[in-house]
Write a new protein. Structure first.
Length: 78
């Protein structure tokens, strides 16, 4: 993972752990639920640490973090 991806990953896990734990591997689309949480994490990060229209994380960062969290949920590691 790149530095930005790690930052987003840990920020998401630290601030949205309860929400992530509520996602069940058996739900209709856990990946969509994870992506919604990662999007909220990006918005919170920008709101807390950046100027309003900052582009801190790329689409690749979003995808990588979403996929990693999704895999952790599916594998029961979260």
């Amino acid at each position: 993972m790149l530095a930005e991806q790690k930052e987003l990953y840990f920020h998401t896990k630290n601030h949205f752990k309860k929400e992530l734990k509520k996602i069940s591997p058996e739900c209709i689309s856990p990946l969509i639920a994870v992506r919604q949480i990662v999007k909220k994490a990006i918005e919170k990060y920008i709101n807390d640490y950046c100027t309003k229209d900052a582009q801190v994380f790329s689409e690749e960062d979003f995808q990588e973090v979403s996929n990693r969290l999704y895999n952790e949920i599916i594998n029961g590691e979260l």
